[in-house]
Design a protein around this ligand. Structure first.
Ligand code: HEM
Length: 183
């Protein structure tokens, strides 16, 4: 994945736990690079090793690390570095989710070699959406959950998210049922 993903893991760990802990995470993950270039491609395995090492070093479950990472991505990385791009996604939570299937085609203007996730959105009512997530990569279900929860916080929209189909349990792809409490 592009280096901005690993940069975000570095930011999450450093800002919340300090540089020393980040150095430990890096060592445990056996990652030689001291920093990453946002627009350079790195092996996916580096990202997985960093997330696994963060879980061990910080004493958090991998689920908690991935959810925190998803929230950090939306609330810090995307806000601070890609504000205009995020604004183009919509003016409120529901609009952003409905536009999500097209979002990474705009990201591709910045990062042309991206292998993006794919989404299909089913609006079941004013307060319920099924978000289908398709990925060539395994293990990112909880990252997606964190991203959606982060969007809820960004738009100050109270939501509940239920994973109603889960690749970890043999489903062909993940489905997130999003219940909006304040549409
Ligand atoms: C400023 C906003 C965003 C940027 C710049 C961005 C960029 C990227 C990049 C560069 C990757 C790595 C893929 C690769 O290198 O092949 C990625 C992956 C991913 N993005 Fe985004 N993204 C943004 C917002 C979002 C949002 C809002 C969501 C969903 C709510 C999302 C969901 C994902 C997921 C799930 C992946 C993992 C890849 C996979 O499933 O295979 N992203 N994104």
């Amino acid at each position: 994945m592009y280096g901005l993903v690993n940069q975000a893991i570095q930011g999450l760990v450093t800002e919340n736990f300090g540089k020393d802990r980040w150095d430990l995470v890096r060592q445990k993950a056996n990652v030689k690079q001291e920093s990453f270039l946002n627009n350079e491609m790195y092996e996916d395995d580096i990202t997985y090793r960093l997330a696994g090492a963060a879980s061990e070093v910080l004493g958090l479950s991998l689920t908690d690390v991935l959810i925190s990472f998803g929230k950090y991505w939306i609330l810090k990385t995307a806000q601070e570095r890609y504000g205009t791009l995020m604004q183009s996604g919509g003016d409120h939570f529901t609009e952003f989710i409905l536009n999500l299937p097209n979002f990474h085609s705009r990201v591709m203007l910045l990062y042309s070699d991206i292998k993006p996730p794919e989404f299909f959105v089913e609006k079941k009512s004013e307060t319920a959406i099924d978000l289908h997530y398709y990925s060539t990569r395994p293990g990112l279900t909880d990252f997606m959950l964190g991203l959606v929860l982060g969007l809820g916080e960004l738009y100050r929209t109270p939501i509940t998210v239920n994973i109603t189909a889960d690749r970890r349990n043999g489903a062909p792809h993940d489905v997130f049922e999003i219940l909006i409490h304040n549409p």
